[in-house]
Write a protein that binds this ligand. Structure first.
Ligand code: FNR
Length: 372
């Protein structure tokens, strides 16, 4: 169907499923085990309700924000998703180009199909990018990559901490990656010992160091001045440790349900983290010095506004953009971001919030989310 018939981010998924190569659909859509967490990522948002305010002058609205010191036209960033060329020959370049047009920030994945430099070179003047890092067993490789990224102007390093081993994504495992284009992973970080018999995820992940631990964070601080963010924090204890160790923030995420099944949704964890870091360290959120991000299952501006009201600085969205470029190339991602922009306008006006500072906790009934 023409893009004009795509009315929301869910629509892209249905279309992608019918037009995408089976292998790409299996890799993009799959999640761990019985995919309970995948479903919960959506369901959690359905348990939170709005308490809109009326009779405020909502003629002029502004949903722009600042993420790790960088301007963003909306409180949304394009999160890291590996293997963009499975879905479209231009891979992640589709995201870079659409992000430029909409003034949003792209997080470049370590396992991008396009090379890191290609994605940085494609950015427009003033367009900012973050980098998602999988830490190599060979720390010299990681050090070189990180320092190169900093030199190239990357504004935030998101260290993925929920994937010491990649989860069991059975839909993906049933596919044999060997038939795929051998050029799908760039040389950013490729292992020599690749097992191609169990799907795309397993084929590309054997370099990741399961020995990564808290003691390594001091080393990261010694090799880069970029803000460091831990991606994949799932309880307040680890968020507190990240804060105490001087991280710039955490992403409350379960990797789109692709790692440990029965991990809780980021939204649920957000409530816990805001509460406990308030209690233990006197922090209030959103907080510029320690920023909370959430990803997983976000498909509507109303989802984003719920996370903002609960204290998040911004929210990451993954699969919808993959489905958008797999079906329509860069125009698909452009259209997806345009949909979100329109949804922000409508939702904020109906909520009675003129800017994101006015999107406050009292605008929600989140009583069904357990208080810890
Ligand atoms: C991911 N995600 C991910 N995360 C990461 O840190 N490194 C990676 O290489 C990838 N790769 C990846 C591939 C695909 C196909 C998906 C769907 C996801 C996780 C991603 O950053 C994010 O946490 C979730 O995708 C967010 O959930 P939604 O928006 O996809 O529901």
């Amino acid at each position: 169907p023409p893009l004009s018939e795509i009315l929301n981010l869910h629509d892209f998924e249905a279309i992608a499923r019918s037009v995408m190569p089976e292998k790409a659909w299996a890799y993009y859509s799959s999640a761990a085990d019985d995919e309970i967490t995948l479903r919960e990522n959506h369901a959690a948002y359905h348990r939170v309700w709005f308490r809109p305010r009326i009779l405020r002058d909502v003629t002029h609205l502004d949903w722009s924000t600042t993420i790790l010191g960088q301007k963003s036209s909306m409180p949304v960033y394009i999160t890291a998703t590996a293997l963009g060329k499975l879905g479209h020959p231009d891979g992640e370049l589709n995201l870079t180009r659409a992000a430029a047009k909409h003034g949003v920030i792209q997080m470049i994945p370590t396992l991008a199909s396009c090379s890191f430099d290609q994605l940085v070179d494609a950015a427009q003047p003033g367009q900012q990018q973050f980098l998602q890092l999988y830490v190599n067993k060979d720390r010299e490789i990681t050090k070189k990559f990180v320092q190169h990224a900093e030199k190239r102007g990357i504004k935030g390093l998101f260290i993925t901490v929920d994937a010491p081993q990649l989860g069991r994504r059975e839909k993906d495992m049933r596919m044999k990656f060997e038939e795929a284009d051998p050029d799908q992973v760039s040389s950013n970080d490729k292992s020599k010992e690749v097992d191609r018999s169990q799907g795309a995820a397993r084929a590309i992940s054997s370099f990741i160091d399961p020995g990564l631990c808290w003691d390594d964070l001091a080393w990261f601080k010694s090799i880069t001045k970029m803000p460091l963010i831990l991606k994949g924090v799932q309880c307040w204890e680890d968020a507190l440790e990240a804060y105490d160790q001087g991280m710039a923030g955490v992403v409350l995420s379960n990797h789109g349900g692709r790692q440990l099944d029965f991990a809780r949704s980021g939204l649920e964890v957000l409530v816990e983290v805001v509460h406990k870091l308030g209690e233990k360290r006197g922090l209030t959120f959103p907080n510029e010095k320690f920023q909370l991000f959430v990803d997983g299952g976000v498909r509507r501006a109303t989802d984003v506004l719920k996370a903002i009201a609960l204290g998040a600085t911004a929210v990451g969205i993954g699969r919808p953009f993959l489905y958008a470029f797999s079906s329509y190339g860069v125009e698909g991602v452009d259209h997806a971001l345009g949909i979100l922009r329109d949804e922000f306008e409508m939702s904020m006006r109906l909520l009675g919030a003129r800017n994101l500072k006015e999107v406050v906790r009292d605008m929600l009934d989140a009583s069904s989310i357990h208080q810890h």
